[in-house]
Design a protein around this ligand. Structure first.
Ligand code: FE2
Length: 383
């Protein structure tokens, strides 16, 4: 096997590094002056970095939706097309990054309406991006700042689409834990579990390699060692989670995710289960299925600080409960008779087929049944 790894994002991680934004834009070339900043909330624009942006013409836009749809993306395109940005800065979680990445591919095209956009996405007709983007994550989870693909949802067609373009990596990622330290515990924990899933799934993905595995193991142990501190509200845990999430992102940028993400998407689309929660509920049963065929499971268990899938299930249940999330499909409002349809939808192309054990609808159904009801037990905090 050839160990091949590629990630061209200039990655800067430190508390306060967002303040470097003007210098980073300058390094892209002095001719770039029109900067679109898309942020997840208005408060972002009160950050002192915006007082240092005098050399640029800055258009500010707030985008608050989670899991952006084709329609919402088209709306943002219409609102920003005339400004014709030369740099797009995304400040927020995965959804904001998805919008920014997609926009970079859209500006060079004249897109008349939502249906035309839908076809372009469906048929993967986007060429190299006309504009570069910079990612500034605020949730320490998605790793989207160091990956090149964007997810756009299409509830009308009951689908999730991936815009994938290897020329569309960010110019830079500014990972600033000062931006994540005040997020609510619920979001902090679900984001951290999402990041852990990125690393774990990258570790056993079909495309795993020496470099991504080293990053994945470091990400898993950083996240797991600091989860207790995060749950107890310690501010220092946020920097660790920012680092873990970034490393996980770099690992899965080259390998993609596998069964957990594949099965999770319809749970999020149809029941609104937050992405990190849906993915993490699936981690233990998928680990149980995959462990017998994965090389190096001992190292992964060591990084996880657990001995088997059952301990992981209990620990994730504990984390979800402690942060106020329900921990079973039933509690999230899923009806048992809907599981087989969810199993069918859970076979996501590019994710299901990237799992080391071949997924079938029957296997997915078994996994969904295993997390349908909560086991009657007390959760354990010790890992
Ligand atoms: Fe994820």
């Amino acid at each position: 096997m050839i160990n091949s790894y590629y990630n061209p994002v200039k990655t800067m991680e430190s508390a306060g590094v967002f303040l470097q934004l003007p210098e980073v834009i300058k390094s892209m070339g002095s001719e770039k002056t029109r900067v679109l900043v898309i942020a997840w909330c208005e408060d972002v624009f009160a950050h002192e970095v915006f007082q240092k942006m005098g050399d640029y013409s800055v258009k500010k836009l707030v985008f608050t939706e989670s899991n952006p749809t084709v329609e919402q993306l088209f709306q943002v395109y219409l609102e920003t097309k005339e400004f014709s940005p030369e740099v797009v800065v995304a400040v927020g979680g995965g959804s904001i990054m998805d919008v920014a990445k997609s926009l970079c591919c859209m500006y060079e095209k004249e897109i008349a309406d939502e249906d035309e956009l839908r076809i372009l996405i469906q048929e993967k007709k986007f060429g190299p991006p006309a504009v570069r983007w910079i990612g500034v994550p605020t949730t320490a989870g998605t790793g989207s700042e160091v990956t090149c693909w964007a997810t756009i949802w299409d509830p009308k067609k009951d689908a999730k689409r991936s815009l994938e373009n290897h020329d569309n990596y960010a110019y830079a990622a500014l990972v600033d834990s000062d931006l994540t330290k005040n997020i609510p515990l619920k979001l902090a924990v679900s984001s951290a579990l999402d990041a852990a899933a990125h690393a774990i799934e990258s570790y056993w993905a079909k495309g795993t390699n020496l470099v991504s595995r080293a990053m994945a193991l470091q990400a898993v142990s950083t996240i797991m060692e600091n989860m207790g501190e995060l749950l107890s509200g310690k501010a220092e845990a946020h920097e660790a989670m920012a680092q873990g999430s970034m490393l996980a992102g770099m690992a899965f940028s080259n390998t993609k995710t596998t069964a957990c993400h594949s099965i999770s998407y319809p749970l999020t689309m149809h029941y609104g289960i937050p992405h990190g929660v849906a993915v993490s509920m699936l981690l233990a049963p998928v680990l149980k299925m995959n462990a017998p065929v994965v090389d190096g499971m001992e190292e992964l268990f060591h990084a996880l600080h657990i001995k088997d899938a059952e301990t992981l299930r209990k620990y994730i249940g504990y984390c979800l409960k402690q942060s106020g999330h329900p921990n079973s499909l039933k509690e999230w409002g899923v009806k048992r008779e809907e599981l087989s349809h969810l199993a069918e939808l859970g076979m996501t192309k590019g994710r299901a087929d990237n799992n080391p054990v071949e997924l079938t609808q029957e296997k997915v159904l078994g996994i969904l049944e295993s997390i349908y009801e909560e086991a009657n037990e007390s959760y354990r905090s010790a890992i």
